[in-house]
Design a protein around this ligand. Structure first.
Ligand code: PFF
Length: 447
């Protein structure tokens, strides 16, 4: 079955929409805080440029040349051992695993739009109670908002590439950028802006260890939406003649810019009101609401705008997380798009409820293994293990398996003089960096 096509600009915006997500605004600031700021940001930026850039081109190329679901793309493009390579396409399953917790977090954000507009917590202590009560006791609240996230995502995907995903991104992404730009401009007028800048950009190498390095590489994959098939599936709908290299640069620039802007806004606000930068995953749900309260009237407006922006970022990524397996069902089982969207939607919806229960006081003990609950396992398994493994497989596939003529036929003219650099990077630098991440995870390489 032929895949419907994006417009060229729609493709770029939708790929940026996939990349810019909770990773940029929720996760990036708190892991930057955890690993001490500047040095971590620098390693992350270098990884994005070196590994992220080359792997994104590879993933786009597989989609662009294959034009189908992930499994068929690998099968189609492998010159030999097609039956074996087709299994590499199972990387798309990661997208549904991610949605099992991602939809829950979008639910928290939707809930916080309401919290921000009705009863902002007046102190960090109060904010902590609000957040922890929702997390450990609020089954009904979390399920309600998770249901909302599930419905929005499923309906958009059911409407298709052009009428659903492209349109949704064309509306929400400009709004997200406008909100962030307003908050950034306001942050620039505050005295803590320079403190935030030095926190994010002055490197303190003593804080950088192998774990921080591995987290930076893992996050580069997470934030760029690499390794679970969305970039591949979107690229399968890139009109022929669309430029992969320009699109990659556009996505990376957009994603990095938004992460840095969000980081600067958050740290400026937090420092201005004496809050802790290393607060962990609760940073935007605990410290930030209390800071918004302290800012007075403008803070209440920013609070609502901020959670809207975060919801927009999350939802445009969520549709990209649902699409790969939906396309698989359409291609393989000839399902209608509506039916495929409902099947995948129900899978992540039901496991999302398990993720919620795994943090609720009374049910958590039954859903916790090895010190991690179901929610944490899904996050860990996907971002620390499956995404880097898929990145490694794609790098090897494009670097060594697909015939070089096929690669050059598309990329030689687009990359020009830098083609040999990219080819070297996808064959050696990216795989070595990814092997390092995996060995670090197993505790074999540490420094
Ligand atoms: N890149 C998006 C984000 O940063 O939120 C979407 C995403 C990709 C989320 C991969 C999670 C993930 F594991």
């Amino acid at each position: 079955m032929k895949i419907a096509q994006f417009s060229r600009f729609g493709f770029m915006i939708s790929a940026v929409g996939a990349a810019v997500g909770l990773g940029n605004i929720w996760k990036f600031p708190y892991i930057t805080g955890k690993y001490g700021g500047g040095a971590f940001v620098l390693v992350y930026l270098i990884t994005v440029m070196l590994v992220g850039f080359s792997v994104m081109i590879a993933e786009m190329l597989i989609g662009y040349l294959g034009r189908r679901d992930c499994n068929t793309n690998f099968e189609h493009l492998a010159p030999r051992h097609k039956g074996l390579w087709k299994h590499a396409g199972w990387m798309a399953v990661t997208s549904t695993l991610v949605m099992m917790y991602y939809s829950v977090v979008i639910g928290w954000i939707l809930n916080y739009i309401v919290v921000a507009s009705t009863r902002l917590p007046a102190s960090i202590a109060e904010a902590e109670v609000t957040f922890n009560t929702m997390l450990t006791q609020g089954v009904g609240t979390q399920i309600f908002y998770h249901t909302l996230a599930f419905l929005i995502t499923t309906i958009v995907v059911a409407k298709g590439i052009k009428g659903g995903i492209e349109k949704f991104n064309m509306i929400l992404m400009p709004l997200l950028i406008a909100i962030l730009a307003i908050m950034f401009a306001y942050a620039m007028t505050m005295s803590s802006f320079s403190h935030a800048a030095s926190y994010m950009f002055a490197a303190d190498w003593s804080k950088l260890n192998s774990e921080a390095f591995a987290v930076a590489v893992g996050h580069a994959f997470f934030t760029l939406s690499l390794g679970y098939g969305s970039i591949m599936i979107y690229s399968a709908s890139l009109p022929k003649g669309g430029n992969i290299v320009h699109s990659t640069l556009f996505v990376i620039a957009g994603d990095t810019l938004i992460a840095l802007m969000a980081g600067m806004v958050l740290f400026t606000f937090l420092f201005q009101y004496g809050a802790e930068p290393a607060k962990g995953p609760g940073l935007v749900f605990i410290s930030l609401p209390a800071v918004f309260y302290a800012m007075g009237a403008i803070g209440s407006i920013f609070a609502v705008l901020f959670f809207f922006a975060l919801a927009f970022a999350g939802l445009t990524s969520a549709v990209s997380l649902v699409e790969p397996m939906v396309q698989y069902l359409i291609d393989k089982f000839d399902m209608t798009r509506l039916k495929a969207a409902i099947v995948i939607g129900l899978i992540f919806y039901l496991f999302g409820i398990v993720a919620i229960l795994s943090q609720i006081e009374w049910s958590a003990p039954y859903l916790t293994w090895g010190g991690k609950n179901f929610f944490d396992w899904m996050d860990y398994l996907t971002s620390s293990v499956l995404l880097p493994v898929a990145g490694f497989i794609m790098a090897i596939f494009v670097g060594f398996v697909i015939e070089k003529e096929r690669v050059t036929s598309v990329l030689k003219s687009q990359l020009g003089w830098s083609f040999p650099l990219w080819y070297f990077s996808i064959r050696y630098i990216a795989p070595i960096a990814l092997i390092f991440v995996m060995l670090n995870l197993m505790g074999i390489i540490t420094f």
